[in-house]
Ligand binder design. Structure first.
Ligand code: COA
Length: 376
């Protein structure tokens, strides 16, 4: 057995998957075999998730059935509502509320097998987030509407108003873009949980906990604050120079796998541009673009050996803000999408399982003698 150390498991393949493929050198992302650019703009979220769960794009009748299944699983039980009310009253962050809501999501719900369990969990993510947010605002939750698509219903439950087509399309493009992304940290967590023959709710709960950390899913909120500050000052160069001189990292830049611009940044930039040109704050969008140019140039000067370009989080901030998702919900909205990928990976792991159990290299003391209490 090799005792080579692979901190962070960087570059180590530990699973085979048909779900998504990343080429970090060329900046290519395939989801279910389709280029992200195509899936993001052509599919609905339900189609993307169906593709991941079943391996093919749904026919019209398969899609109809799948939509109906998701729509019937949207409602939360009273117990989950009570948890979310308590989480909001205690001022817990949205990711904590989501973790609590997911963990209890199937309590008292009859489900026939892992596939039904996956549909239930995917369907109720937006309801958990929206209910928590409404409680947080001191308002009653808005009941889900079965006639609205997944993305439209999410926006509707947040505000109580039917969203515009442009907002739905913007959000749907985002949800499709981030639905799966190789063996990222939260997806890995989900696969580890299922590899012990544990259940899908446990896998989704662990994945939410993993996504919560700022190195994974927490960057778009800070990106928005940064862009607002730069928009107010009008001087991106000064902002970047000061941040780099202070040894800070620029949020929305850099990636563990991509050595070029993250292809999802391009998809979301186009979606944000489309959205803002149709009636949003176009000047703010231009600030983001100018910031990207300036920051990319200065990062290249600062770190000539490491290409640092925009990652998915940069234009996520612009797009989600534009379509009306509050900044506090950016990371949970990422989860609303990624849960489709997590559970598809969990089912894939389950279908051809091997317990994930790496080893560690011991660097502690050799054979110490246990000291009596009065000698310590
Ligand atoms: N701004 C400035 N410098 C950055 C940077 C950023 N966003 N990202 C990486 N670097 C620098 C590091 O400081 C390091 O410099 P050093 O070698 O002089 O110490 C070098 O680039 C390599 O960084 P490393 O920590 O090895 O990269 P990683 O692969 O572990 O990190 C991220 C990947 C995403 C965690 C990292 O780029 C980051 O923190 N980005 C900002 C947060 C973010 O946008 N997260 C969302 C990810 S989708």
């Amino acid at each position: 057995m090799s005792n080579d150390l692979h901190l962070g498991l960087e570059g180590i393949a530990v699973a085979e998957t048909r779900l998504s493929h990343i080429d970090g050198e060329t900046g290519t992302l395939l989801i279910g075999g389709y280029p992200v650019e195509e899936l993001a703009n052509e599919a609905t979220y339900e189609e993307s998730v169906y593709l991941l769960l079943h391996g093919h794009a749904p026919t019209a009748s398969e899609l109809e059935d799948f939509r109906e299944t998701l729509a019937t699983h949207r409602e939360l039980t009273d117990e989950v509502h009570a948890l979310l009310r308590a989480a909001a009253a205690a001022d817990l962050p949205a990711m904590d509320a989501l973790r609590m809501g997911v963990a209890a999501a199937n309590l008292g719900v009859d489900l026939d097998g892992p596939h039904a369990e996956a549909c239930r969990v995917i369907a109720c993510f937006p309801t958990i987030v929206a209910a928590y947010w409404r409680y947080r605002q001191g308002e009653d939750p808005v009941a889900p509407r079965g006639d609205l698509r997944h993305a439209a219903n999410y926006l509707y439950m947040l505000t109580g108003e039917k969203p515009t087509d442009a907002a739905v399309r913007g959000l749907e493009t985002y949800l499709n873009t981030v639905v799966d992304h190789g063996l990222n940290a939260s997806t890995f967590s989900a696969r580890v949980v299922v590899s012990t023959e544990s259940d899908l709710v446990s896998a989704a709960t662990a994945a939410v906990g993993t996504l919560k950390g700022p190195l994974h899913g927490g960057a778009p909120g800070p990106v928005l604050e940064m862009l607002r500050e730069v928009h107010a000052s009008g001087d991106p160069e000064q902002y970047v120079r000061e941040a780099l001189d202070a040894g800070e990292r620029l949020m929305g830049f850099g990636h563990r796998v991509y050595r070029v611009r993250d292809p999802r940044a391009a998809v979301l930039e186009t979606a944000a541009e489309r959205f803002f040109e149709a009636g949003g704050d176009a000047a703010f969008f231009e600030t983001a673009r100018r910031f990207e140019d300036v920051a990319t140039e200065l990062l290249a000067e600062d770190k000539p050996d490491r290409r640092l370009e925009t990652n998915v989080e940069f234009y996520t901030a612009m797009l989600l803000d534009g379509v009306g998702v509050p900044k506090e919900l950016f990371t949970v909205t990422f989860a609303v999408s990624r849960v489709g990928g997590w559970l598809a990976h969990a089912l894939e792991q389950r279908a051809d399982n091997r317990l994930i159990r790496p080893i560690s290299r011991y660097v502690g003391d050799e054979r110490r003698l246990w000291p009596p209490l009065d000698e310590r």
